[in-house]
Write a protein that binds this ligand. Structure first.
Ligand SMILES: Cc1cc2nc3c(=O)[nH]c(=O)nc-3n(C[C@H](O)[C@H](O)[C@H](O)COP(=O)(O)O)c2cc1C
Length: 302
C-alpha cells in the first residue's frame, strides 16, 4: 500500500515537472523563434521595410509588426470595414465568443458586421475607438481609402480616477483596473509627448494625477511638451510639470512646442487645429531630440 502511494506521488511529481518545463520552454523559447513569422504574417520583405502613415508619429517604436492580407475589394470598401471596427461598433472580424469573454463586444449587429454600417462611417481624427470598457484608442490619422492610424496614451481614454491606490506606486501593487491599464500603457513606451493646457498658471489636475499614479513605469524615459493656453502658451503649466517629472526620473527635454492664443489657431468651420510653419519646425526639433534621448536612456533601463 505504502509503495503504491509513493509511486503515485512520484508520477504526479514527474508530470508536474514536465508541465513546468514545457511551460517555461514554451513561454521563453518559442516566441523569439516564431516572432519572425508572426510579426510578418502575409507581408513581403518590401512591405515589411516600407514606410507607413503614422510611422513619423512614433519615432522611438520598439516593436514593429507588419502583417498583410489581400482583399478582393476596392480600397474604399476595405476602409469602410476597418473604420467600423471596435467595441459597441462593428466588431473585430474574429472569434465573437472570444470578444464576448473579454468584454470587448456588444456589437451593433450582435456579431461582427458582415455589412458596411452607415452610422459607423466618417471616423475622424480625435474620435475614440474602444477596445473594451477600460481601453480606447485615439484616431490620429483618418485618410479614407488609404490609412487609419490609432494610438493609445490619452488621459481621456485612460479615464483614471483620482489617486486612491492603497500602496505607494513604487510597489506596483495596483488594485484598480484603470491603474493596471495605465501602468501597461506607460511601461510599453520609451518616450512621451505631453500635450497640456494651462489652468491658473499651473498644470491641469488630471495631468498631475496621471503622473502620480505610477513610478517605475516612468523611470529613465524622456518627455517633450506641446503646451497651449493664452498669452503664456502653457509654458507655466509645462514648467510645473517638469519639476514633478524629475522626481519620477523622467528627463524633460528642452526643445518644446508652445502654442499661444490657442483658440485663434482653430479653423472656424471644422474646429480643427490649423498649426503654423513655426510650430511645425518646433515639433520636428522636439521629436528629434526626444528620439535621441529615448535611445540613450534605453541603455539605463537595460
Ligand atoms: C480653470 C481654468 C483656468 C485657466 N487658466 C489659464 C491660465 O492660467 N493661463 C492660460 O494661458 N490659460 C488659462 N486657461 C485657458 C485654458 O488654457 C484654455 O481654455 C485651454 O484651451 C483649455 O484647454 P482644454 O480645453 O484642453 O482643457 C484656463 C482655463 C480654465 C478652464
Amino acid at each position: 500500500m505504502g509503495s503504491i502511494i509513493l509511486s503515485t506521488a512520484k508520477w504526479i511529481a514527474i508530470v508536474v515537472v514536465v508541465l513546468i518545463v514545457v511551460l517555461v520552454v514554451g513561454v521563453t523559447l518559442v516566441p523569439p523563434v516564431t516572432r519572425r513569422f508572426t510579426d510578418r504574417w502575409g507581408a513581403t520583405a518590401a512591405e515589411h521595410s516600407a514606410a507607413y502613415p503614422g510611422d513619423d508619429l512614433f519615432p522611438a517604436t520598439r516593436e514593429i509588426s507588419t502583417k498583410a492580407i489581400t482583399i478582393a475589394a476596392p480600397p474604399e470598401t476595405v476602409y469602410a470595414l476597418v473604420q467600423q471596427m471596435g467595441q459597441h461598433r462593428g466588431g473585430w472580424y474574429g472569434w465573437d465568443w472570444f470578444y464576448n469573454l473579454t468584454k470587448s463586444s456588444d456589437f451593433v449587429d450582435g456579431h461582427y458586421s458582415t455589412r458596411i454600417v452607415p452610422e459607423l462611417q466618417g471616423v475622424a481624427v480625435g474620435d475614440k475607438i474602444a477596445i473594451n470598457d477600460m481601453v480606447a484608442y485615439d484616431v490620429v490619422v483618418a485618410d479614407p481609402g488609404r490609412a487609419l492610424v490609432l494610438a493609445t496614451g490619452s488621459l481621456k481614454a485612460a479615464d483614471l480616477p483620482m489617486l486612491s491606490e492603497p500602496d505607494h506606486p513604487r510597489l506596483k501593487k495596483y488594485t484598480h483596473p484603470a491603474t493596471l491599464t495605465w501602468s501597461a500603457t506607460i511601461a510599453a513606451h520609451d518616450a512621451f509627448v505631453i500635450v497640456t493646457p494651462e489652468y491658473n498658471h499651473g498644470a491641469p489636475p488630471a495631468l498631475i494625477n496621471a503622473l502620480d499614479q505610477l513610478y517605475q513605469e516612468w523611470n529613465y524615459k524622456p518627455a517633450g511638451f506641446v503646451s497651449y493656453g493664452g498669452v503664456s502658451a502653457g509654458l507655466r503649466s509645462a514648467a510645473m510639470t517638469k519639476s514633478i517629472l524629475t522626481t519620477l526620473k523622467v528627463v524633460p527635454i528642452v526643445e518644446t512646442v508652445a502654442i499661444p492664443h490657442f483658440p485663434t489657431l482653430l479653423d472656424r468651420e471644422t474646429g480643427r487645429f490649423m498649426g503654423s510653419e513655426g510650430l511645425e519646425k518646433s515639433a520636428v526639433a522636439m521629436l528629434k531630440e526626444l528620439a535621441r534621448w529615448a535611445g540613450a536612456l534605453r541603455t539605463l533601463r537595460a
